[in-house]
Design a protein around this ligand. Structure first.
Ligand code: S5P
Length: 268
């Protein structure tokens, strides 16, 4: 199963260039940490990225919450992703018909496909959402995650919905869809067939157990060791810490926690 293979060796199981690059970065930097930079100015985003960049394999954005978003900002983020060696994940959560999402992905103010290596989509609208996004993303070497589960209290992505999300990914093939947002290893059936999916997991915190709006947190150890997930996604637990030096130190603390949980998992 994927949980017993190294990140580096799993790179060979992927043909998608973003999946390969991400797994190689994880191995090289000893990091399964993605920092979610959910702040509202380009200056703050770049400042946080410069601080946490050396500790992460991936930076996750919500470009639609940034007051002064521009394509020049996106260029700088891409430059930093090369300098500091990480993948960019715009957490757009597409959820419309294929034609609409292809326009939302390629065009508008944000032109997400032009700068973001990875994005995600809800499987809710059916397989057309994958076809629409892949028509834009595949020629650029981009990749997609499907939201098979969510971290928030009372969410509807459970049971048969989660299984149907998995089936949709399998049927789409592995050229563009590289894995899932999920809370646990949802791909146990596929592991037997040597199909490797990346499981990326938000709702991670070492201190808080949740927020006032339904978010639920687990520790890196619970997520990586006990639930077998590949990437931990941490937002406020890192960028919410007071003090610039403290943000850097907190990212490093989560990197070490996530990596130790992974190393322990390999020994099982
Ligand atoms: O189920 C989900 C899926 C996502 S992508 N739950 C989530 O929290 N997210 C995102 O992860 C969310 O949009 C936010 O950007 C991040 C979690 O942030 P935190 O501050 O709660 O760590």
């Amino acid at each position: 199963p994927a949980t017993l293979k190294t990140y580096g060796s799993r790179a060979e199981l992927h043909s998608n260039p973003t999946a390969k690059r991400l797994l190689e970065i994880m191995q090289r930097k000893k990091s399964n940490l993605c920092v979610s930079v959910d702040v509202t100015t380009t200056a703050e985003v770049l400042e946080i990225v410069r601080r946490v960049g050396p500790s992460v394999c991936m930076v996750k954005t919500h470009c639609d919450v940034i007051d002064d978003f521009s394509l020049a900002f996106a260029d700088e983020l891409v430059r930093l992703s090369k300098e500091l060696d990480f993948v960019i994940f715009e957490d757009r959560k597409f959820a419309d018909i294929g034609n609409t999402v292809s326009l939302q992905y390629s065009s508008g103010t944000h032109r997400i496909a032009s700068w973001s290596d990875l994005t995600n989509a809800h499987p809710l609208p059916g397989p057309g959402i994958i076809s629409g996004l892949s028509s834009v993303g595949v020629p650029l070497g981009r990749a997609l995650l499907l939201l098979a589960e969510m971290s928030s209290k009372g969410n509807l992505a459970t049971g048969q919905y989660t299984r149907d999300a998995m089936r949709m990914a399998r049927e789409a093939g592995r050229e563009f869809v590289i894995g899932f947002i999920a809370m646990r290893r949802v791909d146990e059936d596929d592991a037997a067939k040597a199909d490797d999916w990346l499981i990326m997991t938000p709702g991670v915190g070492l201190v808080a157990k949740g927020d006032k709006l339904g978010q639920q947190y687990r520790t890196p150890r619970e997520v990586v060791l006990e639930s077998g997930c590949d990437v931990i996604i941490v937002g406020r637990g890192i960028y919410g810490i007071q003090g610039e030096e403290a943000v850097r130190a907190e990212a490093e603390r989560y990197r070490v926690e996530g990596w130790e949980a992974y190393e322990e998992r390999l020994k099982r």
